[in-house]
Every structure is written in C-alpha cells, then in structure tokens.
Design a protein around this ligand. Sequence first.
Ligand code: 5AD
Ligand code: SF4
Length: 524
Amino acid sequence: MNEKQRKEQSQIKQSNPADIKSDQDNLNRLKDKTSDDFIKYFEATYEPPNLRKAQKRGKQDVKYHDNFEIDEQFKGLGTGRKYLIRTYGCQMNEHDTEVMSGILEEMGYEATTNQKEADIILLNTCAIRENAENKVFGEIGHLKPLKVENPDLIIGVCGCMSQEESVVNRILEKHHQVDLIFGTHNIHRLPQLVENAHLSKERVVEVWSKEGDVIENLPKRRQGNIKAWVNIMYGCDKFCTYCIVPYTRGKERSRRPEDIIQEVRHLAAQGYKEVTLLGQNVNAYGKDFDDIEFGLGDLMDEIRKIDIPRVRFTTSHPRDFDDRLIEVLAKGGNLMPYIHLPVQSGNSNVLKLMGRKYTREQYLELVGKIKEAIPNASFTTDIIVGFPNETEEQFEDTLSLYDEVGFEGAYTFIFSPRDGTPAAKFNDKISMDEKKERLQRLNKKVNTLSAEAMKKYEGETVKVLVEGESKNNPDVLAGYTEHSKLVNFTGPRTAIGQIVEVKITEAKTWTLDGVMVEESVEVS
Ligand code: 5AD
Ligand code: SF4
C-alpha cells in the first residue's frame, strides 16, 4: 500500500470503521443472551491457529487505524471500580499491559495490586513454553475463591494463550470462573468486551485469528517515568519450526516511521531517559512497506537524533541484521552498544531443522562484522537445548559457539513442543534427563562467561541510569550500564532518574557493586 492509499484508508476508517463496528454490533445483539449464544458467536468468528493458512497469509492487507478513541458510552463504566493485570512472558506482553491499563483508566478504572479489592482481574498470558501455560492455569485455579467472595468480579484471560484453540476450549470446559477471553488482536476492543462481560454476566469470548492490523493512538499507562517501551512492529513471519509466536501474534506489520518518531519525541519531551524499540523480529522492520524503502537502520538513524539519552531495541533475528543497521549502530551516541542476538543453536543442521535460515558460520560472520564496526559491543543470546534428536556433538557445537562469540549472558531453555508447530510433530529419541543435564552444562558456561565479563569492570567507572532502590536493600540504589549490566551502588536518592558515574568495587556473577562518583549527579 502506498502513502496515498494508506491516507485514504485511514480516512475511510475515520468516517466508517466498518470492521470494528460490525463486530461491536454482533456483540451488542448478544448482550442479553445466554452463554450458549456467546459460544456460538465465538465458534462463528474464531479460527484456530492454522499453519498452512498462516504461512500463506498475504502481504497486502494490513489495515492502519489512526483513530482509536474510547466511545463516550464506555467512559464512566469503571468509575469506582478497580483493575489488576497480571503479566506473563515477554516485553511485548508488558507493553500490551500498559495499553490495557491505559484503556481501563480512560474508562474510569483505578489500578490496584490487591486482588481482593479488584473488580476486574486480567491474566495477560504467554504461550511460548508449556511451563508458562501451566503457571497461568495454576493462577486461574487460585482466583476461583475470589469469585465466591465477590460474584461481580470479572476474571479475564488474554494474551498469547487465548489465541490457542486448545486453551480456549479447556477454559470454556473446565474453568467457569473465567468470564472473558480475548486475543492479542482484540486489545483495542477492551471497552466493549468489558461492558459485555458486566452486562451479560455471561462468558464473553472474542479471539480474532486474523493477520493483524496496526492501531495508533491507543492510550498507555506506562510502568515508570524513566524507561519506556515503544512498539515498532507487530507479529512475526519467520515461522521457526518450534515457535508459536507467528500464530499467536499474526503477521509482520510495521508501524509507520512518523508515528514511531513522534512517540519517541514525546517520551523525550516528558523526560524519559531510555526507550527500547520492541518487536518480535525488529530487524524485519519496514519490510512490509511497499511505498518506501525504510528499514530498522533508517529508523535508528532518525531516532538517534532525538534528545533521549539511551536507545535500545529487541529482539533481533540474525537473518535480517543488515549492514545499514550495523553502520548506524556504529555511530554510537545514544544507541547502546549492547546486542541481544538469539542464536538458538551452534550447529548448522539443528539450525536448519529449526528453520532459522542461517548457519553457524553465517552467525559468526555477522557477529564478527558487528564487533569490527562496534568494538565495545557486548552480546547476549537465547538458546534452546534438546531440540528433537539433537546429538551430543551438536550440543557441543552450541557450547563452542558460546565461547567463540564470548556471550555475556543468555536465556536458556529446554525445547518445549508447542501444539500446531512443525517441531512438535518431530519424533525425539533424546530423554528429558539428558536434556536437563545439557541445560545444566550450558548454564554453567553461561555463568562462567558472565562472571568473567563482570570481572573486567572491577575498578572501572561506568555510566548508570539509576532506576531506584535496590530490590534487596532500600539503602542501596540500582540501575543499568550502557551494556545492560545491573549495578547496585551507594549514592544519594537525588540520583534516581539520572545517568551517573559509578566506580565498580566488586563484580558478582550477574551484578556489579559500586560507589557513585559524587560529582556526577546533576543538580537541578
Ligand atoms: N521451546 C523452548 N524455547 C522456545 N523459545 C521459543 N519457542 C520455544 C519452544 N517451543 C525460546 C527461544 C526464543 C525465546 C523467546 O524463547 O529461544 O528466542
Ligand atoms: Fe519465534 Fe522469534 Fe522465530 Fe519469530 S523469529 S518464529 S518470534 S523464535
């Protein structure tokens, strides 16, 4: 779609938001009906994740809605009521929670951390591994007694799990305390959905299995006033064979550069010190534009000119990490020299089965290029051990790659088969004990290399963005370095929200201890 078509579409949407309205009409018609009607509505509109269909999805039909607004009729609905959202999983979910909080607050709801006084509790769920799902089912069970104490309480399940057919069926059958289920594409419909849940006292289910739109102007209740998340794109088209995300989050669709730049400028003006540009696969940013050639490198080049001290991005896919991005990152300034670059495995055959679309050699070549352009760059990664039939030698390739890159940290996981993904159907001869043993060996290496990386900072002075008190000791402050190392240090509370210099006195495996260099705090 070119710029002209986009504008036209957005104007059409402003005067006639047909899709949204017809769904709203459908739900309004059902307002006074029974739960059977809702289930029928759900069955008529819900499509389960479908690999073949998802892979064939088109490139053309992303719809941009520039005009999100909460209808006046929903604005007082939350007055005198409280909400609580529990968030599981990745930063994308954290940020979705900020949007849902923003919407609920515009409806008049007030935040609470006490579940006993909440009128609505939402579980914003993660589907990436089985244990993430088990946690949520455990929590759904724990919430049941609250419903006995307060029958008006609305319990909702949203996020990635609600995009899975099996999860929705299980909740409908077994967890009657859940009143509301909605998917990742339905967040902007929260006002209508909550109203329906309130009025009908019946279960409301709305999960669109569509490819996904881009909706601008959503309200946000950000979690802090120092660091902020900024979505730059949604969804993923990579279809790694183990991963559920392309099904739960829809296809890759980028926000327009001007909308992102405006959001970052606004955050800078509000005094935020750091933004993290978010996407499941940020390096594919802009690939879906057909009117402009504008990738992540171009976007970062614009954002680095904005007066905000720190800019980060996550998560990268090695395949799309191009030379333009490296060239821009090398300009430094507010672009942080820290790169999270998931590798998943150090063996080319395993990478092939994972559908990662790069080899061990290509990954190492990319890291080499980045190190050459940005000599002080540090790297962290994600690794899956025990992919179906991974041999001991293949696992050892992962260990040797870890050394060769010199990663300073990693999120490590045992492969978890996800329903509907190709890898879940691979038969697997490797026992769980073997997988656990490999994970332990890998984690040992991860700890050793982290401790070594930390040790280098002893006696050095680093710049720390101070976030607040340390978790374990209110007399100690905590913040992160440019390379994303957590520093606990002594210093005045006036340093909170500032970037200060800290002399490192002791390195631990995962954190640094230090003392603030007094002159470094700005006096305002
Ligand atoms: N099993 C184990 N780990 C997984 N990840 C994604 N899907 C799975 C799965 N099915 C890991 C990958 C990814 C991170 C967010 O979660 O390492 O980078
Ligand atoms: Fe999942 Fe990341 Fe692969 Fe996309 S790129 S399918 S989110 S692991």
